[in-house]
Design a protein around this ligand. Structure first.
Ligand code: ADP
Ligand code: MG
Length: 277
């Protein structure tokens, strides 16, 4: 049986043709690791920044890859998103100004799910923490860990929409069903408005039939929820973090940077930055 018959039709809504509302929270989620969540969160954020938008990135992964990819060491930070979620520390205290503003992670975050699990409002800790800063940013992007645990649930509860990076291969596509089920539960119980803003094919290799077929299956099952932008496979994305940099700063004129500018354009859909006083 082909994937097209095993995947249920998603309840994702079409993208609006009237541009985007600003001040919006977008979670980058997929419970599979290594699909380019972190790479996409950072580079999309920097692409928005290049266009003049104010952007906050929240690193909600205890591995702290995004924090590291901006040249910071998650093992040596004093306060992090753990303290924000569990101890009610204001998020401003963990925001570092790098290429964009980043609310940093630390290894402590690994204990956050357990610490939160006994608390009232455990799914809404992030939503609450973001309230005081929402008005200050055009976009807040949340990088999530490779699981559908309480940290990811916090991200989906705080979010207006979700971008789902998927690796262009059959096994990665199957995981989308589980993510859709989780989103359906979130909509029913915690956040009725959250929608899939788009599915982003990553690590695309147009020379292989398998990559091309994976895109076909995605389109067949998810239609225009699949972004037109495809992120091609290239070592540039692995090289940039070693320099503590986004690919837009590391290789500003290269195709890898251009791909994320293209994605930003697709997400923005014609929206312009606010006038700053
Ligand atoms: P996730 O956050 O989903 O676990 P990452 O963004 O950390 O995924 O990406 C996993 C690995 O793949 C990283 O080493 C990253 O540099 C690399 N990578 C990301 N995007 C691409 C791409 N388009 N082509 C090749 N390698 C990529
Ligand atoms: Mg990651």
């Amino acid at each position: 049986m082909g994937l097209s018959t095993t995947l249920p039709r998603p309840r994702a809504r079409k993208r609006s043709s009237q541009g985007v509302t600003l001040g919006q929270v977008i979670a980058l989620a997929n419970q599979k690791g290594g699909v380019a969540k972190t790479t996409t969160t950072l580079n999309l954020a920097v692409a928005f920044r290049e266009q003049g938008f104010d952007v906050l990135v929240v690193d909600l992964d205890p591995q702290g890859n995004l924090t590291m990819s901006q040249g910071m060491d998650p093992d040596s930070v004093e306060v992090s998103m753990f303290d924000v979620l569990v101890r009610g520390v204001p998020i401003d205290e963990v925001i570092r100004r790098v290429e964009v503003d980043v609310a940093i992670s630390s290894i402590d975050l690994a204990g956050a799910e357990l610490a939160l699990s006994g608390m009232i409002g455990r799914e809404r800790a992030l939503q609450k923490a973001l309230l005081p800063v929402r008005g200050r940013y055009d976009f807040i992007l949340i990088d999530t860990p490779p699981s559908l645990g309480l940290l990811t649930i916090n991200a989906l509860t705080a979010a207006d929409s979700v971008i789902v990076p998927v690796q262009c291969e059959y096994l990665s596509l199957r995981g989308l069903v589980q993510l859709e089920n989780t989103l359906a539960m979130i909509r029913e119980n915690l956040n009725p408005v959250v929608e899939i803003r788009g599915i982003l094919p990553t690590m695309y290799d147009g020379r292989t039939l398998h990559s091309r077929e994976a895109i076909e299956m995605l389109k067949e099952n998810f239609g225009d929820v699949v972004f037109e932008t495809r992120i091609k496979k290239t070592v540039r994305y692995a090289e940039a973090p070693v320099q503590g940099s986004s690919v837009l700063r590391y290789d500003p004129k290269g195709p890898a940077a251009e791909a994320y500018r293209q994605l930003a354009k697709e997400v923005l859909n014609g929206a312009q930055p606010r006038e700053h006083a």
